[in-house]
Design a protein around this ligand. Structure first.
Ligand code: HEM
Length: 398
């Protein structure tokens, strides 16, 4: 238990740390990696370069600190992060290391303003926050090892097939090298793919949604080709251009809290932009295989026909549903879509199933626009589920 004095000190210093937040976490990462370069095998170097991870971690530590005397309030946020941690193999022994360098960074950036009282209070508070993460992650690790076919850490997979889905997106069919049956997953969940590019010193990790329904002998991911110069594009370029059928990759077990329960019956609208189609297609296909009576509407936005993936697959899958509909929204004029421009309140009023649940996935501006439109037409927040790719930074939904 933290003393009231510690709680008061932490809460009183949150605003100061918030102002210096990104500076502190940037300093923190520099010192952490200098002392523990092996952790570069876990962290996403592209997120580091873009400052995204710094912001995500800073926001979370301060959000946790504000709620330090009622940590239950942030448990849902902790769980989401814990899924990501688990897929990357973050372990209890990593937490004291992160805590040590976070405190050193606070001291470094605040200088004399960081008194011993303040540092001790933050040290204690970090310990409480870390314990919350460790205990949730322990439950997840225990659960993973009890699931049939599950594994700890990473497992080798062979690329059994590479299939082009559009000018930008290619699917990879990944079979476990040991030929064991794969564990089931919830439609919408993702895996971490770990690989080492020849000549690189460290492993690279990326998260990809599973892009088709469950089969015991392979998982499929579908990867968008990013610009090579984009730091985020290194793994995508490597997968697209260097790796071929027969090569191996390492995978974590599927994780994530963005998934739909396919056995429920309320109407569902799946809305995706660009490569955000991957978890949505998995949800659609899984429902079409197991619960054909469920009303499902699939709305997908693509810039044009060239970059649209799974076009025919979506049509074919929707036709298996008693009450399924699909719409395509092309951004460019003159194309043969159901709507032109962007998904907005008008499109949603005409196409979506307004009585049911919504799942939204795509780039951040897309999701902000869709969520705002859904809110504008009266859909309550508890019926809107969303996920985007990258560290969970704040999404503006109003
Ligand atoms: C991701 C917070 C401890 C490694 C994240 C994210 C947050 C976060 C907010 C972004 C989640 C997302 O992408 O959706 C925290 C907090 C911690 C903590 C508050 C301490 C209480 C750790 C530790 C490690 C770690 C001990 C391992 C050394 C990572 C990695 C990612 C991540 C590798 C993925 C993002 C990337 O690679 O850039 N964490 N974390 N974290 N965390 Fe933590």
């Amino acid at each position: 238990m933290l003393s009231q004095k510690t709680i008061d000190t932490v809460k009183a210093t949150v605003p100061v740390l918030e102002v210096k937040g990104v500076e502190i976490t940037t300093r923190f990462y520099a010192m952490l990696f200098e002392a523990h370069p092996e952790l570069l095998n876990i962290f996403n170097h592209a997120n580091q370069k873009q400052g995204r991870q710094q912001t995500a971690l800073a926001n979370t530590v301060y959000a946790a600190a504000v709620h330090i005397d009622q940590l239950e309030a942030i448990i849902p946020a902790v769980k989401k992060i814990a899924h990501k941690h688990r897929s990357l193999g973050v372990l209890p022994e990593h937490y004291p290391i992160v805590g040590e360098y976070l405190l050193k960074a606070i001291k470094d950036v605040l200088g004399d303003a960081a008194t011993d009282d303040i540092l001790n209070a933050w040290g204690e508070a970090y310990g409480v926050i870390a314990d919350a993460f460790i205990s949730i992650e322990k439950d997840m690790y225990d659960e993973a090892s009890s699931i049939e076919g599950g594994w700890e850490g990473f497992k080798d997979f062979t690329i059994a097939k590479k299939e082009k889905e559009s000018s930008l997106i290619t699917s990879f069919y990944l079979k476990p090298v040991d030929s064991e049956n794969l564990p089931e997953f919830m439609p919408g969940q993702y895996v971490t793919v770990r690989t080492q590019i020849p000549g690189d010193e460290y492993m690279l990790n990326r998260q990809y949604s599973l892009s088709t329904s469950y089969t015991p002998d392979y998982y499929r991911i579908s990867v968008k080709k990013e610009a090579e110069m984009d730091p985020n594009g290194r793994v995508s370029t490597f997968l697209h251009e260097e790796l071929t059928e027969g090569d191996t990759l390492e995978l974590s077990v599927p994780v994530g809290d963005f998934f739909c329960n396919i056995h429920e019956n309320q109407p569902l609208t799946l809305i995706s932009g660009g490569v955000g189609i991957t978890p949505m297609y998995t949800m659609l296909k899984s429902i079409a295989e197991k619960n054909t009576e469920r009303p499902v509407t699939f709305i997908h936005a693509a810039r044009n026909q060239d970059v649209r993936a799974f076009g025919e697959d979506v049509q074919e899958t929707v036709s298996k549903l008693t009450n399924g509909k699909s719409y395509i929204v092309y951004e460019q004029e003159g194309l043969d879509g159901d709507f032109t421009g962007f998904i907005n309140a008008e499109v949603l009023k005409q196409a979506a199933n307004l009585d049911g649940d919504f799942f939204v996935c795509g780039p951040v501006p897309f999701m902000e626009a869709v969520i705002q439109s859904l809110t504008a037409i009266g859909i309550p927040a508890e019926r809107i589920n969303f996920e985007f790719f990258g560290p969970a930074m704040a999404i503006k939904t109003e």
